[in-house]
Design a protein around this ligand. Sequence first.
Ligand code: NDP
Ligand code: MG
Length: 382
Amino acid sequence: MGSTGSIGQQTLAVMAEQTDLFVYALTAHSQVDQLISQCEAVAPHVAVVSDPSQYAALAEGLKMRGLKTEARAGREALRSVAEADEVSHVMAAIVGGSGLEPTYAAAAAGKTVLLANKESLVMSGELFLSSIERTGGEVIPVDSEHNAIFQCLGNSRAVGSTVAKLLLTGSGGPFLERPMDSFDSITPAEACLHPNWSMGRKISVDSATMMNKGLELIEACFLFGVPSAKIDIVIHPQSVVHSMVAFEDGSVLAQMGQPDMRTPIASALAWPERMTSGVSPLDFVSGLQLSFRAPDHDRFPLLDLCRQVAAGGQSVKVALNAANEVAVDAFLQERIRFTDIERIVKTTVDAMAIEELPSIEAVLSFDSRCRLEAQRQMTKCF
Ligand code: NDP
Ligand code: MG
């Protein structure tokens, strides 16, 4: 799901190296031409565009190229492929809260969910994981930090009593050294220019504000069942150590590699085995330098907010995520400044009353109200 995106394309690149993996369905939002080209390459049974207005273009395009792939469109169609009996594994690589419903549907259908779409877990953590438990499904982290911790725990999400800390590393993004008095003039192009990783635009902006690390903190609390106090964030500009686990006896295990998402994708696809990914191993003897430091909380105030939110209930997490998506989208459209993102997220989280969210429907309804509130907060930026 999300095959035309950064993670989606890299997943297909890894799968192209394998002969025993088959694609049942590919999904995109509206990039029909790219989706059709992918269908030509892997011949899935079904192709879905979630934007219904693109249905005719998809159906006609597939037909014109003589492909047997069935075209479907809309949210229900997304759900239908996530739940299909033919499917064992679902790569959840849609960006943002739009991924929640289909990713949750895969969990509720007992699939092995390869989770890149961290926003869905932030929005629905306990509901999502109890659904996985109920149905006998699995969730395997694709996010590189969580995949690293998963590997350091012995291909497991179980954090035993011998674990002292989870150490979540982050590069610090493109503005680690930029003078803070110039943050107001940061452009979308500058924010999307990540020093180490090539990613979609939304997560690139999240990396620039370090909201990404904050979302990952919450993601890690859910995935590994630990309180946020058990997780430290460490800045590591080279992105070679993807995260670490510190044990009580003083041992620290790190997972290392090139900053290339094909490695965690291959690790998740092959779990509990391994497969080739096309990524070359690290070269340790040609000047590799590794450095680590504490995060600068004045420079990246969203980190503190995320820590507070991590200790709160589900509705605060939904508000945090929704406000961030609205603000990042507005920043990418050059409607607000880079520094407004933090203000909109904080004021929206403060404005929303805490609610119990006992179902995915309740989460989605609260999410819509948070987005409206974030839009309202945004009008104060002008
Ligand atoms: P991209 O923006 O590159 O791709 C997003 C994908 O989702 C595209 O296939 C897009 O379709 C589809 N999509 C967009 N909007 C919708 C919608 N409303 N309904 C259904 N599908 C939609 O994102 P990334 O690949 O960078 O990120 C995907 C997820 O993975 C995010 O949650 C991100 O946080 C996470 N992640 C990404 C990493 C990376 O390196 N990129 C690293 C770790 C995690 P279309 O192309 O048609 O618009
Ligand atoms: Mg990550």
